[in-house]
Write a protein that binds this ligand. Sequence first.
Ligand code: CUA
Length: 324
Amino acid sequence: MPPVLPPWVSDPAGPAAREIVPVYWIMFAAAVVVLVIVYGAIFYAGIKYRERPGVEAKQFHGHNLLELLWTVIPTIMVISFSILSFQKLLILNDVDTGADMTIKVTARQWSFTFEYPKEYKGVSFVLRDQSALKIGEELHIPVGTKVKLEMRANDVIHSFSIPNLGGKMDVIPGRPTYLAIQADRAGTFKGQCFEFCGDGHADMLLRVVAHPTSEYAAWAKTAVDAANLPLDPATARGRELYMAQACVGCHLIRNTPSNGRVGPELTKIGSKANIAGVLSPVNVDNLTRWIMDPGVVKPGTAMPDLNLDEPTARAIAQWLSTLR
Ligand code: CUA
């Protein structure tokens, strides 16, 4: 279906979206009726009562009944819409009733990050370093579960919305805001930041992936395992060194604090075919060489030579080679 209607009307996928659909149609219908009546009256009066030879335009300035009607009718309409909207807002703003999972959302220029509870109905989200699973861009929820989002912004005002699920809430610095989301069916639902927040606003995208309840634990295990990979104690030293270097400002490694967007993503560098398109295979020796002498391996590369000593470069290479 062409995107004539907003997604929460054409394809509502959660209770919040379904709550809003009737409001949308009632207001739309009222707007059409008002349009027809007002324009109908204007054209009718304009033609029937216009001034022309032999007819003098009828004056009705100060017509009490008319004045009363076009004051009272719009007032009743606006009050009815307000009551209707307010009722729905009470439902949508109740993020607590029936919510049995809380996920913390952090918005910053220009991405969303989601931190899971340490435990949810027997599903563990605890990582090797005892922190809770924290992943950017994609939010995974079980179908049919009301999930409360506790949202904070690190820098400027953002806005969180998944149109098919309904509801929208500003994410502001200084104090948390809350939104409840729930999906009726499994699937992937697109969302984005809805408040202009700088250059990267249009790219501040997110996805909500709703899993059937029976498959949620399996997903959680995969996600925890993936997030544990970069936390392997055997390569902890290399990870620490990497995190202490300028590397983090340029490269993205998912599930870690390294969230730069300037250079290539390194999340699965260990399973790539080559390094920077020129050096293969991807192993500790080649990674070390690349880190120590990028300009020699690939003249003109944007990757800077950080002047690291060999043991440091090798430790970092060892860690990177485990990212698969
Ligand atoms: Cu964040 Cu727009």
